[in-house]
Design a protein around this ligand. Structure first.
Ligand SMILES: CSCCC(=O)C(=O)COP(=O)(O)O
Ligand SMILES: [Zn+2]
Length: 203
C-alpha cells in the first residue's frame, strides 16, 4: 500500500466526516475521489455512507472508470469524476455532495450567480469580490456518460467554471488537492446559503 494512497484515503475520510457534520452528505449520497497517478484514481465505492467511511470504502479505478480492485464496485457516478481527471492533469480531487441548499436552489434556478461576495476569492484565479462566479445547473440524468458529455462540453466553452449543480441532485467541484476541493465545497455552500437567504429577503 503506497503512502500516497494511505494519505489521500485519510484525507477523503476526514472530508466525509466534516461534510456529514454539516449535513451535506445525507443517507448514502455523495462520492469522493483523488488522483493516485497520471491514469489512476482512488474513489469511494458505491453505496457507502460518506460520513462513516473506513479504509474498505474505497477502490482504485482507471480514467475510464474501470475498477482496478477486483470485486469492488466504484461509485455509480464515477464518470463524472473521470471526465474531470481526463480534462486536466492538474486536477487532483473531485468531490460531490448533496446539501439541502444546493438541491433546493438547483430546483429553482438554471444557474446560480455569486456577485459581490468576498468569499468568491476562495476559488482559483478570483482575486476580488468584484465579479461574477456562475455555477451552471444541468438536468439530472441516470445516464452518467451522457451527463459527463454535457459537463465536458460546458467546460470547453466555460473553462473557468469552479463547480456545477445537477438539478434536484447535488454539487460537483474539483481542485488540485483534497484540501483545495474541500475548501471549494465549503465556500460554495456558504455562498448557496447567502443566495438562498437573499431570495427570501427579496420576496
Ligand atoms: C442515495 S443518493 C443516490 C446516489 C447518489 O446520488 C450518490 O451521490 C451516491 O452514489 P454512489 O454510487 O457514489 O454511492
Ligand atoms: Zn449524487
Amino acid at each position: 500500500m503506497s503512502d500516497t494512497l494511505s494519505r489521500l484515503r485519510a484525507e477523503l475520510i476526514a472530508a466525509g466526516q466534516f461534510f456529514h457534520s454539516r449535513g451535506w452528505v445525507p443517507a448514502t449520497s455523495s462520492n469522493f475521489s483523488a488522483r493516485l497517478a497520471d491514469a489512476e484514481i482512488l474513489i469511494t465505492s458505491s453505496g457507502q455512507h460518506k460520513g462513516r467511511l473506513d479504509e474498505g470504502g474505497f477502490l482504485r479505478a482507471d480514467l475510464q472508470g474501470v475498477s482496478l480492485d477486483a470485486g469492488k464496485r466504484p461509485s455509480a457516478e464515477t464518470g463524472l469524476h473521470t471526465v474531470m481527471y481526463r480534462r486536466d492533469p492538474a486536477i487532483g480531487s473531485v468531490l460531490h455532495t448533496h446539501s439541502v441548499n444546493a438541491t433546493v436552489l438547483s430546483m429553482r434556478l438554471d444557474q446560480v450567480v455569486f456577485d459581490g461576495y468576498e468569499v468568491q476569492k476562495a476559488f482559483p484565479g478570483v482575486e476580488t469580490h468584484e465579479g461574477r462566479v456562475v455555477i451552471p445547473v444541468f438536468p439530472n440524468s441516470q445516464d452518467i456518460p451522457a451527463l459527463a458529455a454535457v459537463v465536458d462540453a460546458y467546460l470547453d466553452a466555460n473553462p473557468h467554471t469552479v463547480g456545477y449543480l445537477i438539478r434536484g441532485h447535488g454539487l460537483y467541484t474539483w481542485g488540485v488537492t483534497v484540501a483545495d476541493t474541500q475548501r471549494h465545497i465549503e465556500a460554495l455552500e456558504f455562498l448557496f446559503e447567502c443566495v438562498y437567504r437573499q431570495m427570501l429577503l427579496d420576496r
